[in-house]
Ligand binder design. Structure first.
Ligand SMILES: O=C[C@H](O)COP(=O)(O)O
Length: 244
């Protein structure tokens, strides 16, 4: 089995009910590859009713099944709402909420137990890249964030350099290729189906640069933030992936 192509949109803390018109437009297209939209938790149930073939995911979950965790949602709750995926370890959660690799791995175990596919995010800061630490950081995050129950069927890895998120800056193709090769090699050594895990690039993916990025070896799709909010931007990115 080859890695599946996946165009994933992370709406972050954006979207009201009216935004589901954008999802309707994506769901109505001939997409030619797997598409995932992760709206805010408030919209998941409504999004599922608009999604057609498009998968719907959460943006985070708690590691516990239930309990006194005000403001959090569990993996089972996401599944119950109709989600099939959950993003974990996004840098905005690692930075804003101090999430550690170990916590991300615990959340991933809970998500897999609930039957969700995890999209586990890793990536270096600008200081780490400037300091020549990128590959070490990626190796450490992979080792710590991806649990032993991960397989190609339940796990997607998204490489998102923190300094490229929402900035309009992207790494060079060689820099993306170098990191994706390390991720592939690491997963292949660790899991029997590591060669089949879908690997995404994320960070300022736009219609204008998507085709070039999808031609990079071991890039099987993208995790898109800003450009996933409008079907007019996300559609051409999906098409570029389908054509790659
Ligand atoms: O989850 C998505 C990433 O953080 C990328 O966001 P961006 O496409 O707005 O740079």
């Amino acid at each position: 089995m080859a890695p599946k192509k996946l165009a994933a949109g992370n709406w972050k803390m954006n979207g009201l009910t009216a935004s589901l018109a954008e999802l309707d437009a994506i769901a109505a297209r001939e997409n030619g590859c797997d598409v995932l939209i992760c709206p805010p938790a408030t919209l998941i149930t409504a999004a599922v009713a608009h999604s057609g073939e498009v998968a719907i995911g959460g943006q985070d979950c708690h590691a516990a099944e239930s309990g006194a965790h005000t403001g959090d949602v569990s993996a089972a709750m996401l599944r119950d709402a109709g989600a099939s995926h959950v993003i974990l370890g996004h840098s905005e959660r690692r930075t804003d909420h101090g999430e550690t690799d170990g916590q991300v791995a615990q959340k991933a175990i809970a998500a897999h137990e609930a039957g969700l596919v995890t999209v586990i995010c890793i990536g270096e800061t600008e200081a780490q890249r400037d300091g020549g630490q990128t590959l070490d950081v990626i190796a450490t995050q992979l080792a710590g964030s991806v649990p032993d129950c991960a397989t190609a069927a339940n796990t997607v890895i998204a490489y998102e350099p923190v300094w490229a998120i929402g900035t309009g800056r992207t790494p060079t193709n060689d820099q993306i290729a170098e990191v994706h090769a390390l991720i592939r090699e690491t997963l292949a050594a660790r899991f029997s189906d590591g060669n089949d895990v879908t690997l995404l690039y994320g960070g300022s993916v736009k219609p204008g640069n998507a085709g070039e990025i999808f031609d990079i070896p071991h890039v099987n799709g993208a995790l898109v933030g800003g450009a996933s909010l409008k079907a007019g931007d996300f559609g051409p990115i999906i098409d570029a992936l389908a054509a790659a």
